[in-house]
Every structure is written in C-alpha cells, then in structure tokens.
Design a protein around this ligand. Sequence first.
Ligand SMILES: CC(C)(COP(=O)(O)OP(=O)(O)OC[C@H]1O[C@@H](n2cnc3c(N)ncnc32)[C@H](O)[C@@H]1OP(=O)(O)O)[C@@H](O)C(=O)NCCC(=O)NCCSC(=O)C[C@H](O)C(=O)O
Ligand SMILES: [Mg+2]
Length: 279
Amino acid sequence: MTRPYRSVLYIPAANPRAMEKAQTLAADAIIFDLEDAVAPSGKLAARELLAKALLADYGGRARIVRINGLDTEWGEGDARAFAAGADAVLVPKVSCGADLDRVAALVPDTPLWAMMETAAGMLNAAEIAAHPRLQGMVMGTNDLAKELNSRFRADRLPMMPGLGLCLLAARAHGRVIVDGVFNAFKDEDGLRAECEQGRDMGFDGKTLIHPAQLAIANEVFAPSASEVELARRQIEAFDEASGQGRGVAVVDGKIVENLHVETARATLAKAAAIAELAG
Ligand SMILES: CC(C)(COP(=O)(O)OP(=O)(O)OC[C@H]1O[C@@H](n2cnc3c(N)ncnc32)[C@H](O)[C@@H]1OP(=O)(O)O)[C@@H](O)C(=O)NCCC(=O)NCCSC(=O)C[C@H](O)C(=O)O
Ligand SMILES: [Mg+2]
C-alpha cells in the first residue's frame, strides 16, 4: 500500500527542539533540512545534531534528509553522513539526471528525492523523474520564483507551467510529488486555498514550514468522507453491472467505467493507508 504524503514538514536540522517535537506531530513525512534553513556557520553542527536526532523514534512518519548541494563545501559530507539512517535523501536544485547520478554514487542504498526548483529542472523534469533511483519530487516554489523573476500571486499563474511539467513527469514515471510551501504560515485561508489548488492539480501533498499548517494539509489531501462513500458506491454499481454483462454503470447520473473504478479503488486504498498511519 502506498504511504501517504499529505503533509511534509520541513524542520531546520539546527533546531533540536523542533526535531524532538516532530516525533509526535501529525506529519506524514518530515524533511530534516541541512540546506536553506541552516546558516553556513551552523552547517557542521546541524549535521551532528541530525545524526543524533535520527536515532529517535518517528513512528510511521517518513524521514527525509535534505542535504546541501554537491557544489557546496558541505554537500558531499552530508551525503556520506546520511547514506544510511533516513528513509530518503532529498537533493536540492536538481537540474538534470546527472545531478542525481552524483548523489546516487555517494548514497547507494537509500531512495533519492529531487527538489524541483530551477528553470533547467522544469525543462528536464521528465529526465529527472525517469532516474532509476528517484522516489519522489518536491516543488521548490520559492527558488523557482526567484529564478523566474516571477511575482507571488494567489492564483500562482506564473508557477503553472513548472508545476504542470513536474506533475506530468512524476505521473509518467510513477513518482510521488508534493507541492511547494506556503510562506505566510499564519494565513489559514490562504493555505487552504493553495492546498485545494494543489490537490485539484493532482499533487500528493504539500510541503509545510510550521506545525500550525499540518491539520489543513492533512484534511485537504485526504479523500473526504463523501469521496470515500462515492468510491464504494461506484465499485458496487460497476460490479453489479459487470455481473449483468454490462461495461458501464451509472451513479448519481454519471457514467462509471473501468477507469473510474480504478480511481475509486485508489481512493479507498489511500483512505486505508491514512487510517493505518493514524493507528
Ligand atoms: C517559520 C519559523 C521560523 C517560525 O518559528 P517560530 O517563530 O519559532 O514559531 P512558533 O513560535 O510559532 O513555534 C511554535 C512551536 O512550534 C515549533 N516549531 C516551529 N516550526 C517548526 C517546524 N518547522 N517543525 C517542528 N516544530 C516547529 C517551535 O519549536 C515551537 O515549539 P515549542 O517550543 O514547543 O513552543 C519556523 O516555523 C521554521 O523554522 N520553519 C521551518 C523553516 C524551514 O525549514 N525553511 C526551509 C524550508 S522552505 C524551502 O526552502 C522551500 C524550497 O526550497 C523552496 O525553494 O521553495
Ligand atoms: Mg529551495
């Protein structure tokens, strides 16, 4: 069963209090960040703190370590330090498949995730998604906006080409893909609207920067009670129609074909995976 990634919380690896707190937070996954959230003067200390923090029990939460880029003085040491001990290593600013090759050579056994946040990365999204070691993609909408010189808009129109290309690439290659962060962490309405947009587009979840954002992401990216109920009725109606030799059923005035049943089954599987994670 696929693990849910509704809420993916960044935690600066220089913040031991936040890393401890995360053991009980309702996050589906945690990104322990050694990159942008840690000042250059604190990079080595953060690496040591993180190595200790990862010995703790994070329950069913996926533990993803974002290393520094290999073009920095810390990247290779980070990759070697977390080649084991985490559920995935997240590589920042991936622009092509070769960027992943270099990390893969240092991290032979742990799945890789890619930050999708450069203009070149958008253009090479399919090549990146096809990388044999890749498990997931994370939109880095702050860096992307910086590279594009675009403005932050509530409708995220300037982001759409990049978001769409990465989604297409992830889906074509069966990878997990989570949306970028919503910076105004006290604006609940804004966060909900952006989560809804990301969910409608097809993202698996959203990256978050503050625990106060968890509940909204968990709610929006989970199948709702009415979606689960509809999925059950669609499967039931289609099974009944199939039993009578028909390939199409009708539920609530809408046709249900084989492909809709596949979506319905995926909805039920996702709801079950979420229930299992909640224990
Ligand atoms: C944004 C923050 C700096 C706010 O911090 P602060 O003012 O301390 O928040 P609070 O006082 O409201 O905190 C309340 C308690 O919650 C804990 N806390 C806060 N944030 C986190 C967290 N992310 N994970 C776990 N716990 C957290 C505090 O410790 C308080 O606990 P307690 O002591 O019990 O009261 C801060 O939230 C923060 O640093 N967030 C993460 C920022 C980050 O990681 N940024 C980098 C990733 S974003 C990015 O780079 C995206 C991408 O690359 C792109 O390009 O778009
Ligand atoms: Mg970034």
